[in-house]
Design a protein around this ligand. Structure first.
Ligand code: GLU
Ligand code: MG
Length: 437
Protein backbone atom coordinates (compact mmCIF):
# COMPACT_ATOMS: atom_id res chain seq x y z
CA UNK A 1 0.00 0.00 0.00
CA UNK A 2 1.29 3.46 -0.88
CA UNK A 3 1.01 6.24 1.68
CA UNK A 4 -1.29 9.08 0.72
CA UNK A 5 0.57 12.34 1.52
CA UNK A 6 -1.42 14.96 3.40
CA UNK A 7 -1.19 18.74 3.21
CA UNK A 8 -2.02 20.59 6.44
CA UNK A 9 -3.96 23.81 5.75
CA UNK A 10 -2.98 26.12 8.61
CA UNK A 11 -4.17 29.41 9.99
CA UNK A 12 -1.71 31.43 12.04
CA UNK A 13 -4.19 32.00 14.86
CA UNK A 14 -4.80 34.40 17.73
CA UNK A 15 -2.87 32.12 20.11
CA UNK A 16 0.17 32.40 17.84
CA UNK A 17 -0.19 28.79 16.78
CA UNK A 18 -0.65 27.12 13.42
CA UNK A 19 -3.92 25.22 13.55
CA UNK A 20 -5.95 23.68 10.79
CA UNK A 21 -6.89 20.50 8.97
CA UNK A 22 -5.19 18.30 6.41
CA UNK A 23 -6.33 16.97 3.03
CA UNK A 24 -4.74 14.54 0.52
CA UNK A 25 -2.10 16.28 -1.58
CA UNK A 26 -3.79 14.92 -4.73
CA UNK A 27 -6.84 17.06 -3.91
CA UNK A 28 -4.88 20.33 -3.76
CA UNK A 29 -6.47 21.75 -6.94
CA UNK A 30 -9.94 21.15 -5.53
CA UNK A 31 -9.06 22.55 -2.09
CA UNK A 32 -7.60 25.70 -3.60
CA UNK A 33 -11.11 26.39 -4.92
CA UNK A 34 -13.33 25.01 -2.17
CA UNK A 35 -11.12 25.43 0.90
CA UNK A 36 -11.37 23.37 4.07
CA UNK A 37 -14.17 23.77 6.62
CA UNK A 38 -13.44 25.85 9.75
CA UNK A 39 -15.41 27.12 12.73
CA UNK A 40 -15.59 30.67 14.22
CA UNK A 41 -15.24 29.48 17.82
CA UNK A 42 -11.80 28.05 16.96
CA UNK A 43 -10.52 31.66 17.28
CA UNK A 44 -11.32 31.39 20.98
CA UNK A 45 -9.07 28.36 21.59
CA UNK A 46 -6.23 29.58 23.80
CA UNK A 47 -2.65 28.36 23.59
CA UNK A 48 -3.56 25.89 26.36
CA UNK A 49 -6.59 24.59 24.38
CA UNK A 50 -9.06 26.07 26.85
CA UNK A 51 -11.92 27.81 25.03
CA UNK A 52 -12.94 31.34 25.91
CA UNK A 53 -16.58 32.41 26.13
CA UNK A 54 -17.43 32.55 22.47
CA UNK A 55 -19.83 35.02 20.88
CA UNK A 56 -20.31 32.37 18.18
CA UNK A 57 -21.04 29.31 20.32
CA UNK A 58 -21.59 26.26 18.15
CA UNK A 59 -22.88 28.36 15.25
CA UNK A 60 -21.39 29.33 11.93
CA UNK A 61 -19.13 28.06 9.19
CA UNK A 62 -15.92 29.37 7.68
CA UNK A 63 -13.37 28.05 5.22
CA UNK A 64 -9.60 27.90 5.29
CA UNK A 65 -8.47 29.00 1.82
CA UNK A 66 -4.91 27.79 1.12
CA UNK A 67 -2.49 30.46 -0.15
CA UNK A 68 -0.61 28.37 -2.71
CA UNK A 69 2.54 30.50 -2.65
CA UNK A 70 3.05 29.54 1.01
CA UNK A 71 3.04 25.78 0.33
CA UNK A 72 5.88 24.09 2.22
CA UNK A 73 7.17 20.61 1.38
CA UNK A 74 10.22 19.42 3.28
CA UNK A 75 11.61 15.91 3.14
CA UNK A 76 14.01 15.41 6.04
CA UNK A 77 15.25 12.22 4.36
CA UNK A 78 15.48 10.50 7.73
CA UNK A 79 12.76 7.92 7.21
CA UNK A 80 10.01 10.21 8.53
CA UNK A 81 7.19 11.36 6.28
CA UNK A 82 7.89 14.68 4.53
CA UNK A 83 6.20 17.70 6.07
CA UNK A 84 3.62 19.41 3.87
CA UNK A 85 1.64 22.45 4.96
CA UNK A 86 0.18 25.58 3.49
CA UNK A 87 -0.80 28.82 5.20
CA UNK A 88 -4.41 29.73 4.65
CA UNK A 89 -6.79 32.66 4.93
CA UNK A 90 -9.95 32.25 6.94
CA UNK A 91 -12.88 33.27 4.75
CA UNK A 92 -16.63 33.35 5.14
CA UNK A 93 -18.58 30.82 3.10
CA UNK A 94 -19.24 33.72 0.67
CA UNK A 95 -15.47 34.11 0.20
CA UNK A 96 -14.91 37.38 2.11
CA UNK A 97 -11.98 37.67 4.58
CA UNK A 98 -13.17 36.80 8.09
CA UNK A 99 -12.79 39.39 10.86
CA UNK A 100 -10.33 37.29 12.90
CA UNK A 101 -8.18 36.05 10.01
CA UNK A 102 -4.71 37.31 10.90
CA UNK A 103 -3.39 37.07 7.30
CA UNK A 104 -6.30 39.13 6.02
CA UNK A 105 -5.80 41.66 8.83
CA UNK A 106 -2.16 42.04 7.77
CA UNK A 107 -3.10 42.43 4.09
CA UNK A 108 -5.43 45.30 5.05
CA UNK A 109 -2.68 46.97 7.10
CA UNK A 110 -0.21 46.73 4.22
CA UNK A 111 -2.80 48.18 1.83
CA UNK A 112 -3.25 51.11 4.24
CA UNK A 113 0.50 51.74 4.16
CA UNK A 114 0.46 51.83 0.37
CA UNK A 115 -2.51 54.23 0.43
CA UNK A 116 -1.18 56.64 3.01
CA UNK A 117 2.50 56.83 2.02
CA UNK A 118 2.84 55.10 -1.35
CA UNK A 119 5.52 52.85 0.13
CA UNK A 120 5.64 49.15 0.92
CA UNK A 121 7.81 47.36 3.42
CA UNK A 122 10.45 44.72 3.67
CA UNK A 123 10.69 42.92 6.99
CA UNK A 124 12.29 40.03 8.77
CA UNK A 125 11.56 38.48 12.15
CA UNK A 126 14.59 37.57 14.28
CA UNK A 127 13.72 34.58 16.48
CA UNK A 128 15.27 33.35 19.72
CA UNK A 129 14.46 29.96 21.22
CA UNK A 130 15.81 27.62 23.88
CA UNK A 131 16.54 23.93 24.07
CA UNK A 132 14.33 22.19 26.58
CA UNK A 133 15.53 19.53 28.98
CA UNK A 134 19.16 20.41 28.24
CA UNK A 135 21.65 20.57 31.12
CA UNK A 136 22.85 24.01 32.15
CA UNK A 137 25.99 24.92 30.24
CA UNK A 138 27.78 27.72 32.05
CA UNK A 139 30.22 29.75 30.01
CA UNK A 140 28.49 28.96 26.73
CA UNK A 141 27.20 32.42 25.70
CA UNK A 142 27.98 32.71 21.97
CA UNK A 143 30.36 29.79 22.55
CA UNK A 144 31.69 27.40 19.96
CA UNK A 145 31.20 24.29 22.13
CA UNK A 146 27.49 24.87 22.68
CA UNK A 147 27.21 25.79 19.02
CA UNK A 148 28.94 22.59 18.01
CA UNK A 149 26.67 20.55 20.29
CA UNK A 150 23.73 22.05 18.40
CA UNK A 151 25.31 21.89 14.94
CA UNK A 152 23.06 18.98 13.86
CA UNK A 153 20.01 20.99 14.86
CA UNK A 154 21.28 24.17 13.21
CA UNK A 155 22.30 22.55 9.94
CA UNK A 156 19.17 20.42 9.66
CA UNK A 157 17.08 23.51 10.37
CA UNK A 158 18.94 25.60 7.77
CA UNK A 159 18.39 22.81 5.26
CA UNK A 160 14.68 22.57 6.07
CA UNK A 161 14.20 26.34 5.81
CA UNK A 162 16.04 26.44 2.49
CA UNK A 163 14.00 23.52 1.12
CA UNK A 164 10.88 25.45 2.13
CA UNK A 165 12.12 28.31 -0.05
CA UNK A 166 13.19 30.62 2.79
CA UNK A 167 16.45 32.57 2.52
CA UNK A 168 18.45 31.79 5.64
CA UNK A 169 20.75 34.36 7.21
CA UNK A 170 22.33 33.21 10.51
CA UNK A 171 22.12 30.57 13.24
CA UNK A 172 23.83 31.39 16.52
CA UNK A 173 24.28 30.37 20.11
CA UNK A 174 22.67 33.30 21.89
CA UNK A 175 23.61 34.67 25.28
CA UNK A 176 21.01 32.83 27.41
CA UNK A 177 21.16 29.30 28.81
CA UNK A 178 20.69 26.85 25.90
CA UNK A 179 19.44 29.78 23.85
CA UNK A 180 19.81 30.02 20.07
CA UNK A 181 18.79 32.49 17.43
CA UNK A 182 17.84 32.03 13.81
CA UNK A 183 17.45 34.83 11.28
CA UNK A 184 16.18 35.07 7.71
CA UNK A 185 16.79 37.67 5.03
CA UNK A 186 14.13 40.39 4.71
CA UNK A 187 11.13 39.74 2.48
CA UNK A 188 8.48 41.94 0.99
CA UNK A 189 5.17 42.53 2.78
CA UNK A 190 3.16 39.55 3.93
CA UNK A 191 5.89 37.08 2.90
CA UNK A 192 7.92 38.18 5.93
CA UNK A 193 5.14 37.19 8.35
CA UNK A 194 4.40 33.98 6.45
CA UNK A 195 8.07 33.03 6.71
CA UNK A 196 8.13 33.74 10.46
CA UNK A 197 5.22 31.34 10.97
CA UNK A 198 6.88 28.74 8.73
CA UNK A 199 10.19 29.14 10.57
CA UNK A 200 8.62 28.43 13.97
CA UNK A 201 6.86 25.33 12.65
CA UNK A 202 9.93 23.97 10.87
CA UNK A 203 12.10 24.61 13.92
CA UNK A 204 9.81 22.45 16.06
CA UNK A 205 9.56 19.80 13.35
CA UNK A 206 13.34 19.66 13.07
CA UNK A 207 13.86 19.64 16.84
CA UNK A 208 11.37 16.82 17.35
CA UNK A 209 13.11 14.68 14.74
CA UNK A 210 16.47 15.23 16.41
CA UNK A 211 14.98 14.63 19.86
CA UNK A 212 16.19 18.05 20.97
CA UNK A 213 12.89 19.73 21.87
CA UNK A 214 12.90 23.53 21.82
CA UNK A 215 10.64 26.32 22.97
CA UNK A 216 10.03 29.84 21.67
CA UNK A 217 8.29 30.75 24.94
CA UNK A 218 8.86 34.44 25.78
CA UNK A 219 10.87 33.49 28.87
CA UNK A 220 11.49 30.19 30.58
CA UNK A 221 13.47 31.32 33.60
CA UNK A 222 12.24 34.54 35.24
CA UNK A 223 15.79 35.06 36.49
CA UNK A 224 17.25 34.83 32.98
CA UNK A 225 16.84 36.49 29.62
CA UNK A 226 13.82 36.11 27.40
CA UNK A 227 13.27 34.83 23.89
CA UNK A 228 12.50 37.84 21.77
CA UNK A 229 11.11 38.36 18.32
CA UNK A 230 12.62 41.48 16.79
CA UNK A 231 10.86 42.75 13.70
CA UNK A 232 13.22 44.56 11.30
CA UNK A 233 11.53 46.93 8.89
CA UNK A 234 12.54 49.06 5.93
CA UNK A 235 10.53 50.78 3.20
CA UNK A 236 10.65 50.89 -0.56
CA UNK A 237 8.86 53.39 -2.77
CA UNK A 238 6.66 52.59 -5.76
CA UNK A 239 9.77 52.14 -7.95
CA UNK A 240 11.34 49.72 -5.49
CA UNK A 241 13.88 52.31 -4.36
CA UNK A 242 14.77 52.51 -0.65
CA UNK A 243 12.71 55.06 1.31
CA UNK A 244 13.74 54.47 4.95
CA UNK A 245 16.83 56.60 5.16
CA UNK A 246 17.71 60.28 4.93
CA UNK A 247 21.31 61.11 5.84
CA UNK A 248 20.13 64.50 7.14
CA UNK A 249 17.14 63.18 9.11
CA UNK A 250 17.28 62.55 12.90
CA UNK A 251 19.04 59.24 13.47
CA UNK A 252 19.20 58.90 9.67
CA UNK A 253 15.43 58.48 9.36
CA UNK A 254 13.51 59.63 6.28
CA UNK A 255 10.31 61.61 6.76
CA UNK A 256 8.10 58.56 6.31
CA UNK A 257 10.23 56.57 8.77
CA UNK A 258 10.01 59.32 11.37
CA UNK A 259 6.21 59.45 11.20
CA UNK A 260 5.92 55.66 11.11
CA UNK A 261 8.18 55.22 14.13
CA UNK A 262 6.38 58.02 15.99
CA UNK A 263 3.09 56.16 15.44
CA UNK A 264 4.54 52.89 16.70
CA UNK A 265 5.89 54.59 19.85
CA UNK A 266 2.64 56.45 20.54
CA UNK A 267 0.41 53.41 20.21
CA UNK A 268 2.78 50.75 21.53
CA UNK A 269 1.34 50.66 25.08
CA UNK A 270 -2.16 50.10 23.65
CA UNK A 271 -1.02 47.35 21.29
CA UNK A 272 1.55 45.54 23.44
CA UNK A 273 -1.07 42.85 24.11
CA UNK A 274 -0.93 41.99 20.40
CA UNK A 275 2.88 41.81 20.18
CA UNK A 276 3.63 40.30 23.58
CA UNK A 277 0.41 38.47 24.32
CA UNK A 278 1.19 35.89 27.01
CA UNK A 279 0.94 36.20 30.77
CA UNK A 280 4.74 35.82 31.00
CA UNK A 281 5.60 38.21 28.16
CA UNK A 282 5.72 40.94 30.80
CA UNK A 283 8.53 39.28 32.71
CA UNK A 284 10.59 39.64 29.54
CA UNK A 285 9.58 43.26 28.97
CA UNK A 286 11.49 44.55 31.99
CA UNK A 287 14.63 46.73 32.09
CA UNK A 288 18.08 45.23 31.58
CA UNK A 289 17.02 42.15 29.68
CA UNK A 290 17.82 43.68 26.30
CA UNK A 291 14.14 43.50 25.35
CA UNK A 292 11.95 46.62 25.69
CA UNK A 293 10.44 48.16 28.80
CA UNK A 294 9.46 51.65 27.56
CA UNK A 295 7.96 53.08 24.38
CA UNK A 296 11.30 54.58 23.45
CA UNK A 297 13.38 55.04 20.33
CA UNK A 298 17.02 54.06 20.60
CA UNK A 299 19.96 54.57 18.35
CA UNK A 300 21.70 51.19 18.30
CA UNK A 301 20.34 50.59 21.81
CA UNK A 302 19.18 47.01 22.46
CA UNK A 303 17.01 48.14 25.38
CA UNK A 304 14.82 50.25 23.12
CA UNK A 305 11.33 49.31 21.95
CA UNK A 306 12.30 50.66 18.54
CA UNK A 307 15.96 50.56 17.65
CA UNK A 308 17.67 52.16 14.69
CA UNK A 309 19.99 49.38 13.55
CA UNK A 310 23.59 49.72 12.45
CA UNK A 311 24.58 49.84 8.80
CA UNK A 312 27.82 48.31 7.54
CA UNK A 313 27.51 49.52 3.93
CA UNK A 314 29.74 52.37 2.77
CA UNK A 315 28.27 53.66 -0.50
CA UNK A 316 25.27 56.00 -0.11
CA UNK A 317 22.92 53.82 -2.18
CA UNK A 318 23.92 50.71 -0.21
CA UNK A 319 23.45 52.53 3.09
CA UNK A 320 19.99 53.62 1.94
CA UNK A 321 19.09 50.02 1.11
CA UNK A 322 20.48 48.52 4.33
CA UNK A 323 19.10 51.12 6.72
CA UNK A 324 16.39 49.63 8.93
CA UNK A 325 14.82 49.83 12.34
CA UNK A 326 13.56 47.04 14.55
CA UNK A 327 10.63 46.70 16.93
CA UNK A 328 11.86 44.68 19.92
CA UNK A 329 8.75 44.43 22.11
CA UNK A 330 7.39 41.32 20.37
CA UNK A 331 7.63 37.62 21.20
CA UNK A 332 6.66 34.31 19.66
CA UNK A 333 3.44 33.93 21.63
CA UNK A 334 2.06 36.40 19.08
CA UNK A 335 1.16 35.40 15.59
CA UNK A 336 3.63 37.20 13.30
CA UNK A 337 0.78 38.41 11.10
CA UNK A 338 -0.93 40.21 13.96
CA UNK A 339 2.37 41.60 15.23
CA UNK A 340 3.22 43.09 11.85
CA UNK A 341 -0.35 44.29 11.26
CA UNK A 342 -0.38 46.19 14.56
CA UNK A 343 3.02 47.74 13.84
CA UNK A 344 1.97 48.78 10.33
CA UNK A 345 -1.35 50.26 11.46
CA UNK A 346 0.42 52.23 14.20
CA UNK A 347 2.97 53.42 11.66
CA UNK A 348 0.21 54.45 9.25
CA UNK A 349 -1.52 56.35 12.03
CA UNK A 350 1.74 58.19 12.62
CA UNK A 351 2.04 58.97 8.89
CA UNK A 352 -1.56 60.12 8.55
CA UNK A 353 -1.37 62.28 11.68
CA UNK A 354 2.15 63.51 10.75
CA UNK A 355 3.48 62.61 14.20
CA UNK A 356 7.04 63.65 15.00
CA UNK A 357 9.52 61.04 16.17
CA UNK A 358 11.60 61.79 19.26
CA UNK A 359 15.34 62.20 18.91
CA UNK A 360 16.76 58.68 19.29
CA UNK A 361 18.51 58.28 22.64
CA UNK A 362 20.98 55.94 24.28
CA UNK A 363 20.57 56.52 28.02
CA UNK A 364 19.26 54.06 30.64
CA UNK A 365 15.60 54.95 31.10
CA UNK A 366 15.21 52.78 34.19
CA UNK A 367 17.26 55.42 36.04
CA UNK A 368 14.87 58.25 35.20
CA UNK A 369 11.94 59.33 37.36
CA UNK A 370 8.39 59.17 36.06
CA UNK A 371 8.36 62.96 35.62
CA UNK A 372 11.65 62.90 33.70
CA UNK A 373 10.21 60.19 31.47
CA UNK A 374 6.98 62.14 31.07
CA UNK A 375 8.90 65.23 29.97
CA UNK A 376 10.34 63.14 27.16
CA UNK A 377 7.00 61.62 26.24
CA UNK A 378 8.08 58.17 27.38
CA UNK A 379 5.96 55.71 29.36
CA UNK A 380 6.65 52.31 30.84
CA UNK A 381 5.00 49.60 28.76
CA UNK A 382 2.20 47.63 30.47
CA UNK A 383 3.54 45.33 33.15
CA UNK A 384 0.94 42.58 33.03
CA UNK A 385 -1.16 41.04 30.29
CA UNK A 386 -4.28 42.35 32.03
CA UNK A 387 -2.93 45.90 32.03
CA UNK A 388 -1.98 45.55 28.36
CA UNK A 389 -5.43 44.19 27.47
CA UNK A 390 -7.13 47.06 29.28
CA UNK A 391 -4.99 49.59 27.40
CA UNK A 392 -6.04 47.95 24.12
CA UNK A 393 -9.72 47.74 25.07
CA UNK A 394 -9.73 51.43 26.10
CA UNK A 395 -8.05 52.73 22.94
CA UNK A 396 -10.69 53.31 20.27
CA UNK A 397 -8.06 54.27 17.67
CA UNK A 398 -6.19 51.00 18.03
CA UNK A 399 -9.35 48.88 18.17
CA UNK A 400 -10.58 50.71 15.08
CA UNK A 401 -7.63 49.46 13.00
CA UNK A 402 -9.12 46.00 13.09
CA UNK A 403 -12.29 44.56 11.57
CA UNK A 404 -15.59 44.87 13.43
CA UNK A 405 -15.78 42.25 16.17
CA UNK A 406 -12.06 41.46 16.28
CA UNK A 407 -11.23 43.36 19.49
CA UNK A 408 -14.02 41.67 21.46
CA UNK A 409 -12.91 38.21 20.34
CA UNK A 410 -9.26 38.99 21.08
CA UNK A 411 -9.98 40.32 24.58
CA UNK A 412 -12.23 37.33 25.38
CA UNK A 413 -9.53 34.95 24.14
CA UNK A 414 -6.82 36.55 26.25
CA UNK A 415 -9.05 36.80 29.33
CA UNK A 416 -9.55 33.04 29.11
CA UNK A 417 -5.77 32.59 28.97
CA UNK A 418 -5.37 34.75 32.09
CA UNK A 419 -8.07 32.69 33.80
CA UNK A 420 -6.30 29.43 32.85
CA UNK A 421 -2.98 30.44 34.41
CA UNK A 422 -4.20 32.52 37.35
CA UNK A 423 -3.57 29.92 40.07
CA UNK A 424 -0.23 28.63 38.78
CA UNK A 425 2.89 29.36 40.77
CA UNK A 426 5.78 31.03 38.97
CA UNK A 427 7.58 27.79 38.06
CA UNK A 428 4.44 26.06 36.80
CA UNK A 429 3.42 29.17 34.87
CA UNK A 430 6.70 29.35 32.98
CA UNK A 431 6.71 25.58 32.41
CA UNK A 432 3.15 25.75 31.03
CA UNK A 433 4.17 28.31 28.40
CA UNK A 434 7.39 26.45 27.58
CA UNK A 435 5.19 23.42 26.82
CA UNK A 436 2.98 25.23 24.31
CA UNK A 437 5.41 27.49 22.46
N1 GLU B 1 16.94 38.09 24.43
C1 GLU B 1 16.63 39.48 24.15
C2 GLU B 1 15.13 39.66 24.02
O1 GLU B 1 14.41 39.09 24.79
C3 GLU B 1 17.35 40.00 22.91
C4 GLU B 1 18.84 39.89 22.90
C5 GLU B 1 19.40 40.46 21.61
O2 GLU B 1 19.43 39.71 20.63
O3 GLU B 1 19.70 41.64 21.55
O4 GLU B 1 14.62 40.37 23.19
MG1 MG C 1 19.21 37.94 19.81
Amino acid sequence: MARDPLIFAATSDLAGKLRGKAFPAGKLEKRLKSGVGWVPTNALITCFDSIADSPFGSLGDLVLMPALDTLVAVDFEDGTAPERFVLSDICTTEGAPWSCCTRSILKAALARLKDCADVSLNATFEHEFQLRDAPASPGSAFGIEAFSAARDLGETLMGALAEAGLTTDTFLKEYGANQFEVTLEPQHGIVAADEAAILRALTHMTARRLRQPVTFSPIIDPGGVGNGVHVHISFVDANGDPATHDPDGPGGMSRVTQHFVAGVLKYLPAMTCLLAPSAISYTRLTPHRWSAAFNNLGFRDREAAVRICPVTAKKPQDIARQFNFEVRAADAAATPHLTLAAIVHAGCQGIEDKLDAPVPAQDDLSELSVSELQARGIVRLPQTLQEALNAFAENATVRGWFPEGFAEVYVAHKNAEIEYVKDLNEADLHAAYADVY
